[in-house]
Design a protein around this ligand. Structure first.
Ligand SMILES: Nc1ncnc2c1ncn2[C@@H]1O[C@H](COP(=O)(O)OP(=O)(O)OP(=O)(O)O)[C@@H](O)[C@H]1O
Ligand SMILES: [Mg+2]
Length: 472
């Protein structure tokens, strides 16, 4: 039933249609039956009235003065058997006719008549009864009963007459429905053909104008998907081209310098070549590491998020960063308070590492860098602030692009750090704000995470330290 729309539609329409046919048949049958019953009842009352008009009172008794032949004539019917009875003294005393005719369910007042169903010797009968006031004789009850043969026949005929046309109409409707649905679903079949005929490289939008409205929304959604897919493929290709280009430069250098080194007899020259080789190796390996981190940070496999405290994430690598800051004569400070969120600790460490790496790399010697974690306006945040050269307003969007470096930036970066940051933030439903610190040049990057209510287990102690370098 799931497999074919046409079948589904037909089933959906068929049930209600059958119900309608049944209800229609029932209603028209009841109406016709009612009318026919009334007509038969009226006819049954005729002999009752005829008999009543021949009743006479003789002072203490009532008599029926109809010759037997006339009574027989009243009883004649082509199909049914007809019985009659005349009862006197309030129905107690049989004056004429069959004894066992059932009495009317309710007492009748003179001049009143009633019709009712009853049984006579095990046979179903319809009875017409009338109470008659007889001059000089009191009240008599006249009853005429007839079997139901012609009525039953009529019932069948009526049923047949009302059901057959309705069933025929329903049948025709089902056939028309089946054909009509097929016609209606044609555009879908055409669309399927159109898509199936495409080459896998053809991701152009499917034309929407010539499609019916219901299909158009489907095509619209499909086109959106295609266009996103297109963009994703294009960006993937750009990324691969960039990565290849970035790798080629240090690798080419490596090769040249290694070859030169092999032929270099002088130890001093050899040393400087080996230094170059070491530098190029370092750059290549940094690039490869950044690429791998980015690949891990990209949306794909689901992350097993766990409660993490940003305070601890930063705290884990403090020693290394302090070491590096001291080496560059930078005043590195930590102001760490608990800030819980759901996340992947390894990726969050990469995020912090890239922000701190930038701050330490681009801030001049003697500068000042501060890392903060904590809760601000109900959100967990991580902040890295420096008083280095800052990032020009116009570059603030671009620096998050892959392989983008602000022109004339020194150092050996490959332009992936902030892309990694934004990718990891994205995976944690966090946002990255880039601003200038209050009152001065520099860079302030704040990553705001959805806050997880403080974990009772092992709260970390707030830390506020500065590794003030001794001036050299
Ligand atoms: N704290 C900062 N101060 C000044 N400029 C910055 C700072 N952080 C980033 N930038 C600028 O933004 C650019 C992009 O930074 P990003 O971290 O993405 O790349 P990178 O540092 O050049 O390379 P990578 O981090 O991959 O080694 C940098 O080249 C630099 O010009
Ligand atoms: Mg960087």
């Amino acid at each position: 039933m799931q497999s074919s729309l046409r079948q589904r539609l037909t089933y959906w329409l068929l049930g209600p249609l059958l119900l309608l046919v049944a209800a229609g048949t029932f209603v028209s049958y009841r109406i016709a039956l009612n009318a026919a019953n009334k007509a038969y009842d009226a006819a049954l009352l005729d002999p009752v009235l005829a008999i009543a008009s021949h009743l006479h009172g003789s002072g203490k008794d009532i008599e029926l003065d109809l010759p037997p032949i006339a009574i027989e004539a009243l009883r004649i019917d082509t199909e049914d058997r007809v019985y009659y009875a005349v009862l006197g003294a309030g129905g107690e005393h049989l004056i004429a006719g069959t004894a066992k005719l059932p009495a009317p369910p309710d007492a009748l007042r003179p001049g009143e008549h009633a019709f009712y169903d009853a049984k006579l010797e095990g046979e179903r009968v319809r009875v017409a009864a009338r109470a008659v006031e007889v001059e000089n004789g009191g009240t008599a009850i006249v009853e005429v009963a007839e079997t139901l043969i012609k009525r039953d026949k009529l019932v069948l005929e009526l049923l047949f007459a009302s059901a057959v046309p309705q069933i025929l109409i329903a049948f025709a409707a089902v056939v028309l429905l089946w054909l009509g649905i097929g016609q209606g679903l044609r555009p879908l079949a055409r669309l399927r053909g159109e898509i199936a005929a495409r080459s896998p490289r053809d991701l152009r939008a499917v034309p929407e104008q010539d499609k019916p409205e219901e299909v158009r929304s489907l095509v619209g959604a499909l086109n959106q998907l295609l266009s996103r897919l297109n963009a994703a493929i294009a960006s993937q290709q750009r990324f691969i081209a960039n990565a290849a280009h970035q790798l080629r430069t240090p690798l080419a250098g490596l090769k040249t310098h290694a070859e030169l080194a092999r032929r270099e007899p002088s130890t001093a020259e050899l040393r400087s070549l080996l230094d170059m080789i070491a530098g190029e190796t370092q750059r290549t390996s940094h690039l490869v590491n950044q690429l791998l981190t980015l690949a891990r940070a990209e949306p794909g496999e689901a992350l097993g998020h766990q409660p993490v405290n940003l305070h601890e994430i930063v705290g884990r690598d403090v020693r290394d960063w302090v070491q590096r800051a001291l080496g560059k004569n930078i005043d590195l400070g930590f102001e760490l308070e608990d800030a819980w969120t759901l996340g992947e600790p390894l990726l969050l460490r990469e995020l912090v590492a890239n922000l701190l790496d930038n701050a330490l790399a681009y801030t001049q010697a003697g500068g000042r860098v501060t890392v903060r974690t904590g809760v601000r306006s109900g959100e967990s945040m991580l902040e890295v602030e420096d008083n280095g050269p800052g990032i020009p307003e116009a570059e603030r969007e671009k620096v998050f692009e892959r392989f983008y470096r602000v022109p004339a930036t020194g150092g050996e970066g490959c332009g992936l750090g902030l892309s990694i940051v934004s990718e990891i933030a994205g995976r944690h439903n966090a946002r990255v704000d880039l601003a200038s610190p209050q009152g001065g040049p520099g860079t302030l990057i704040r990553v705001v995470f959805p806050r997880l209510a403080a974990q009772a287990a092992q709260p970390a102690r707030p830390v506020s330290t500065r590794a003030v370098p001794t001036s050299r």
